[in-house]
Ligand binder design. Sequence first.
Ligand code: HEM
Ligand code: HEM
Length: 189
Amino acid sequence: MKYSLPFRIWHWLNAFVVLGLLATVFLRKTFLSWRTNSELLMQKLAEIDIEISAQQAKVLAKAIRAGMWEWHILLGYSLAFLVIYRVALFFLDSSQKESFTSLTLHKKAVKLSYYLFYAVTLFMSVSGLVIHFYEALSLSKESAHDIKEVHELVYNFLLIFVPLHITGVVIAENRDEKGLISSMVNGRS
Ligand code: HEM
Ligand code: HEM
């Protein structure tokens, strides 16, 4: 057994949740961007002789985005849960433990990218929850905003990690690690 069942379940739930979080960010920055949509609303309403101010257009555009963004928070809670799940696996599951020193240089680099991923995921969960609950935590709006800036900056790591990881495992599967991807599905090495 290479990967235990609880580990594989964790992996695929985590992949789904992280891809979902990235999808909500993508939508927020593109099709549901309030900047783009408020301009569109003003322009299209003007065409039917309704004048609204930029401020009113902003309120409308943000209302259109709100339902989608709730998913960022829901998936965010799921991610925080998955961090706890992964910590539990670290202590309870010995299925994929190999000694670091016995690995090739390439595998060390791959492992390092996973450690970075875990650090980033922990940071994203804590910072995300802090921004979401800033009032209950008696933080000022300015502090919450500063944390959000760092939350947004660190997100860039995932934009690199996810495509690199997926291409990496596909390449490994086709070279010298045949069955690597199916082992994350059926657990056999
Ligand atoms: C959707 C396509 C994906 C495939 C086919 C895939 C496949 C795999 C495979 C085969 C491994 C084991 C590789 C190894 O032993 O070095 C692995 C590990 C891992 N994957 Fe994925 N993965 C996918 C998506 C993701 C996503 C979206 C994330 C999170 C952003 C993710 C996070 C991880 C992590 C953190 C590990 C390392 C687990 C550990 O050893 O601690 N994967 N993945
Ligand atoms: C993989 C993990 C995550 C990624 C990649 C991510 C990404 C982002 C990005 C890029 C932004 C800035 C959006 C913008 O202003 O354009 C953001 C904002 C935010 N995120 Fe996350 N996030 C993650 C996890 C979480 C978690 C776990 C929570 C907690 C529930 C959370 C809650 C928030 C909140 C409350 C905001 C501020 C939204 C606002 O200003 O209205 N995020 N996130």
